[in-house]
Ligand binder design. Sequence first.
Ligand SMILES: C[S@@+](CC[C@H](N)C(=O)[O-])C[C@H]1O[C@@H](n2cnc3c(N)ncnc32)[C@H](O)[C@@H]1O
Ligand code: SF4
Length: 382
Amino acid sequence: MNSEDIKQVYPNISEILDNDSILGLKFCSKGTFKLNNELNSLKGLKYYYSDQHTKEIITHNLKWALSKEKKPKFQFIYILLPTNCNQKCYGCFTGKDLETFPVKSSDTFYSKKELDNILEFALEHDVKAVVYGGSGELFTWHGSIDYIKNIHKRGLKSVIFTNGSLLDENKLKILNDLEAALIISIRDTNEHNHNLLVGVNNFKTVLKNIDTAISLGFSENNRLAIEIPATTDNESRIINDLLPCLRHKNVIPMIEEFLQPKNCDKTYSAHNFTESRTFFNNLVCMDNTLGYKWLPELGTRVLGQPKCERPLFSFTVLPNRDIADCPAGFKVFGNIKDEAIQNIIYSSKYKSQITDFKFCACSVFYSDNDKDIPVEQKAIYT
Ligand SMILES: C[S@@+](CC[C@H](N)C(=O)[O-])C[C@H]1O[C@@H](n2cnc3c(N)ncnc32)[C@H](O)[C@@H]1O
Ligand code: SF4
């Protein structure tokens, strides 16, 4: 594809595509992007990122767990679905690459009544959005758009983690009209590496859909993030190519540490603590150059976000209907097939995880120095 073709196929992102040898996210006219001396505020993905409101919810929930408030509040809830996937990403933490999770048939999807009960509970507890974070890829399911419409009909918004390859202009228009927020995941900044790591040749399609999402205005109101798990292999392209490109296009860079499942080979490794420190410091430097000021703190795993405290302001419904602390399902409090969601959330077991909250193993990455690394995390990740 020559540069004229690129402009036609990707009118909104053509200026950040480099086609020297392979299609990649990189400024076409290398080195000519403008450095920004003005300070820009760090934008968070709508409904999803932590902000001052999140801190208020956490404070409220701590009071509730100590019986000083009547109801808990939640910023969002994750509803994970038994969806299949069309990719086999290296190291996918839901095991889709290795097929360690059985493919579930469509009759295991939530019944309307089950879904309504969850949404009712959500609405009564201040929830603003429902997040799809797997398991699998939402748009492999024929019912996906109706599912999202149903959520919105109830007055909630949706945040959707997607690999972006099964979207098209029509679906994106519907999602935009519903004011959904999208987190489109890629695995590397160029066609060759991305396709290799996801096991499907779809990088160009994903770029096309990112281009369309930008043209529809998702990025203008903080509803578009590009997610990429950082490894020792892709980190320099993330810092030098992806971050400037996304800042330039007003898209939220959800650059996060890759969590290496134990059974993965080490070709594309997760950072250890020292590497993570260097990585985040390099992200900070690049962002400073681009006019964005932020600092990582102990536990930062995602660019510009604090350590993960999700269990204090959200909960997760796993595909089997377990109610868990987060999508990784470290702690399970009950199953909505057995008892009402109200009983599970208002239980002493649930309240005590709020009063006795501890960071999970995957929440602790960035640390200013070695002595700050919690012992148990050190044992897992160094
Ligand atoms: C499990 S996927 C499900 C949604 C969708 N299929 C996708 O890939 O975006 C949700 C998110 O987890 C991320 N992810 C998967 N495996 C990961 C890992 N080992 N470490 C860090 N992030 C990972 C994906 O990149 C994606 O952003
Ligand atoms: S697309 Fe998402 S669910 Fe599918 S293999 Fe990749 S990370 Fe896993």
